[in-house]
Ligand binder design. Structure first.
Ligand code: G3I
Length: 384
């Protein structure tokens, strides 16, 4: 599938919204390389286009409170934009270590603050996440007395119950279980503290505990399974599909699957692979969301890699646009300055839609990839 000319982006947006800007690509000088920046500058953004395409929102992860993001007025101004972002996902503040630092002693201050900010700026929230193997407090990882199936099950159910109850319908959805499946051997369960003590039953147990709160309190919050490397066909994707089918077969609530979509320039799954996978999940009776999209490159990215990144973003977003059951797209932060990539993959970065040529606390510049996303959102559906 080839991307239509970037020159059509402004024209498409401008057709529905006044003042189309001339589309051209501007060179923005950076220290090590010339980066392609967008020339579009209108009050019509990614979230506007996503909603026009029938989606709920275009969203972003944001790591507040307590990080540099909250203090960077240029970053924060862009985050607030209702034109670009109609959803916010807490990058860290609702995770287990932040919300239950000591056993049965819950701290909701940061999570409540996050929701206050999101609501103030009109953003829905995908709450993230309840049960995962990472970012666990020490009392879970190194218990004074070794866990048994019974004692750890109690911990799991207590955590899920308290969080779903506390945050209620302020969450559009919860990522109930995060990243339960391994890459190698692909589709096996990750051998983590939950699996090692409870077995695979920990996954249905978490969903059932959330469901119980929803039914008791009459909530609307949707329950998601969220993972990476399940965006194209393969053993791990099959495992996630089987999980959906198993939960549904047992009458346990699951409403959606989050396709993280952490991609690499040039090896991003194709439009057709992503389309096929989204359709497969929707056929199982769940909705899907692209939950953590970014496309990283080795630094500094060449001109060819920057152009490829535009295509990779386009293909990913377009595969959601063309599936009615794909209800939204979320990037895992929108500004390279605050991307998780460089600290995890040495020498890599350039993964997000904006960058700050002069660093934190300086103006943001949209990349050409931003135009690729906008074009995917504003282009006609492929008739799926
Ligand atoms: O909170 C401490 C702070 O007190 C300390 O000063 C600082 C020093 O390094 O570290 C802070 O914790 C860091 C935390 O982010 C908050 O910034 C952790 O070290 C760091 O490991 C943690 O990284 C997060 C990562 O998940 C952990 O696995 C990233 O921000 C977050 O973006 C990332 O998000 C995950 C999703 O939840 C699931 N899918 C993959 C995605 C990317 O890894």
């Amino acid at each position: 599938m080839s991307m239509r000319s970037l020159a059509t982006v402004a024209a498409l947006a401008g057709a529905a919204f006044a003042a189309p800007a001339p589309a051209k690509t501007t060179d923005v000088s950076a220290t090590t390389t010339t980066l392609l920046a967008t020339a579009t500058n209108k009050a019509f953004g990614l979230n506007d286009a996503a909603k026009q395409a029938g989606k709920l929102w275009f969203g972003t992860a944001v790591d507040i409170p307590g990080t540099g993001e909250a203090q960077d007025k240029f970053y924060f101004r862009e985050f607030k934009s209702p034109h670009d972002f109609g959803e916010a996902t807490p990058a860290n503040i609702m995770k287990f270590d932040a919300t239950e630092p000591e056993q049965n002693s819950f701290n909701f201050t940061g999570g409540d603050y996050f929701l206050d900010v999101a609501e103030q700026y009109g953003k829905q929230v995908r709450c993230h996440n309840l049960i995962w193997q990472s970012q666990l407090p020490n009392w879970v990882n190194n218990p004074a007395t070794p866990w048994t199936n019974k004692t750890l099950s109690k911990v799991l159910v207590n955590h899920v119950t308290n969080l779903v109850e506390h945050f209620g319908d302020r969450c559009y959805s919860w990522d109930v279980v995060n990243e339960a499946f391994a890459d190698s051997p692909a589709g096996d369960y990750q051998k983590n503290v939950w699996f090692n003590n409870i077995g695979p039953e920990y996954v249905p147990m978490a969903f059932a505990a959330a469901q119980k709160v929803i039914e008791k309190n009459g909530l609307k919050v949707k329950l998601y399974y969220n993972d990476y490397n399940i965006e194209s066909p393969g053993a791990k994707t099959t495992a996630a599909l089987n999980l959906v089918s198993e939960l549904k077969g047992r009458g346990i609530q699951i409403d959606g699957v989050g396709l993280e979509s952490h991609f690499i320039v040039g090896s991003t799954p194709s439009y057709h692979q992503q389309l096929q996978t989204k359709r497969a999940f929707v056929r199982e009776g769940v909705e899907v969301v692209i939950t953590e999209l970014d496309v990283r490159a080795t630094l500094p990215p060449s001109a060819a890699e920057q152009t490829q990144q535009v295509q990779d973003y386009y293909d990913s977003v377009k595969s959601c646009v063309d599936v009615a059951g794909c209800v939204g797209i979320v990037v895992w932060d929108f500004d390279d300055t605050y991307s998780w990539v460089p600290s995890t993959f040495a020498g890599q970065g350039y993964a997000d839609l904006f960058f700050q040529p002069h660093g934190a606390n300086h103006p943001l510049v949209k990349k050409a990839a931003y135009d690729g996303v906008l074009e995917a959102l504003t282009g006609a559906a492929e008739g799926v």
